[in-house]
Design a protein around this ligand. Structure first.
Ligand code: ATP
Length: 216
């Protein structure tokens, strides 16, 4: 079973790695692909180049044997649509004759509430099962389209032989966000406890996030 955790990772932080490892342990996934959303279609372009974000993601994943940095969106020209990525993963799995279990796409609740703005959003679950990480205290309202679409797809346990299910998980999450990290760094504050040591070093070496331009 493949777990996929996508993000702009600007920069990748302990909240991301902790979330991915927690889902892997909860669902018994042997590995999670940490997929760099190189050119996201549904949010503002990142301030930091995709090359820097990719390098930091590789450094963070190198610390955990079950996290695999995935550059398929980096290498594909044009906007990084999740639907296209999942279609490519399905094609690769079938060409390689790999097991037919459905990929598990992992999303934080803040990303889940934006889903209806994603390219071909209502076809994404034709290609995978969704896991949504609920974060009490940080939950934004879900629009009716999203609620209606997933009402029939919600499950208590994923059957990995099928696609089209949505599981909500309530696991302890860390409260950090990349926005907070960018803000702290632009103010000259240390965030070393929220980053992998090598990611912290990389940021210092390349003087990333030193201006207020890179906050949002
Ligand atoms: P930003 O503050 O720039 O929006 P972010 O920290 O939310 O960044 P992203 O790269 O945008 O990070 O998010 C990638 C995925 O990680 C999303 O599904 C998001 O919901 C999830 N995520 C981000 N921070 C956490 C966290 N602390 N705990 C669990 N999931 C998280």
């Amino acid at each position: 079973m493949i777990g996929i955790f996508g993000g702009t990772f600007d920069p990748v932080h302990s909240g991301h790695t902790h979330a991915a490892l927690s889902v892997a342990s909860e669902l018994g996934l042997s590995s999670i692909r940490m997929l760099l959303s190189a050119r996201p279609g549904h949010r503002m372009p990142s301030q930091t180049s995709k090359e820097h974000r990719w390098k930091m993601l590789q450094l963070a994943c190198a610390e955990h044997s079950s996290l695999i940095a995935d550059d398929r969106e980096l290498n594909r020209p044009g906007t990084s649509y999740s639907f296209d990525t999942l279609a490519a993963i399905a094609a690769d799995k079938s060409a390689a004759g790999e097991d037919s279990s459905a990929p598990v796409w992992i999303l934080g609740h803040d990303s889940y509430v934006t889903l209806t703005s994603w390219y071909r959003w209502n076809e994404i679950t034709n290609l995978c099962n969704l896991v949504v990480l609920d974060r009490p205290g940080q939950m934004t309202a879900e629009e009716p389209n999203l609620v209606n679409f997933f009402a029939r797809r919600r499950c208590e346990k994923i059957d990995h032989s099928k696609v089209g299910q949505m599981l909500r998980l309530l696991l302890p999450m860390s409260e950090v966000s990349a926005t907070f990290i960018r803000r702290q760094l632009s103010l000259g504050q240390s965030v070393s406890d929220l980053l992998a040591p090598k990611v912290n070093q990389y940021i210092e070496q390349h003087q990333l996030y030193t201006t207020t331009e890179s906050i949002v």
